[in-house]
Design a protein around this ligand. Structure first.
Ligand SMILES: CC(C)(COP(=O)(O)OP(=O)(O)OC[C@H]1O[C@@H](n2cnc3c(N)ncnc32)[C@H](O)[C@@H]1OP(=O)(O)O)[C@@H](O)C(=O)NCCC(=O)NCCS
Length: 166
């Protein structure tokens, strides 16, 4: 069955400096949504240019890519793809490389049109071409819609972070 909206004319392309303010808006919408399911998320207005600079530093370390989704000339979605991460610092895992998707988000008014699906697909193509076998991401346990979205895209829950309030 075709997913809704897959025929919309969205282009997935590399981030450029002129996308900065649009990406900050996308990150602020992500923060609004995350606050609905996790109350220790940063406030939307706290996101700014310094975060984009931090993204760039992190992306460089993992030979990754910042991707934007553009619709009718406007940036409506974003994600960071960390293409080469490894388990070097995880003492309980054997050494292997994986890729990691961070900060995937679509502007509120453009959700449920298939744009998130296009971003994920594009990441998968990059990861396959890079010869990396695993693609990871984090999602909050209470984000049922987000978890359903990732499950539909073939992501399986592997490591669960447990916490007790004291
Ligand atoms: C998750 C997200 C990136 C998906 O992008 P999208 O363009 O809406 O995705 P698609 O159109 O390809 O698929 C839509 C599905 O995304 C999921 N989804 C998760 N959170 C959603 C939200 N806040 N609004 C709408 N859909 C959401 C739902 O499963 C939805 O299916 P439905 O429309 O049948 O309910 C986007 O909805 C978003 O930015 N959500 C808020 C942030 C978030 O929850 N991120 C994931 C965890 S970090």
């Amino acid at each position: 069955m075709a997913r809704r909206g897959l025929s919309i004319d969205v282009e997935i392309r590399l981030y450029t400096g002129s996308d900065r303010d649009a990406v900050i808006s996308v990150m602020r919408d992500l923060a609004v949504s995350e606050l609905e399911t996790y109350d220790r998320t940063r406030q939307p207005e706290d996101w700014g240019a310094h975060d984009i600079e931090e993204f760039q530093r992190e992306i460089e370390k993992s030979k990754g890519t910042m991707l934007v989704a553009e619709l009718d000339g406007a940036v409506v979605g974003f994600c960071n793809l960390h293409t080469h991460r490894n388990t070097e610092d995880d003492q309980d895992e054997v050494y292997y490389q994986y890729s990691y998707i961070g900060d995937l988000s679509v502007l509120m008014q453009y959700r449920s049109l298939g744009i998130g699906a296009r971003l994920i697909k594009h990441c998968e193509e990059i990861v396959r071409a890079a010869g990396v076998k695993w693609l990871r991401l984090n999602v909050s346990a209470t984000n049922t819609r987000g978890r359903k979205f990732y499950a539909e895209h073939g992501f399986e829950e592997r490591l669960i972070l447990l916490e007790k309030s004291l």
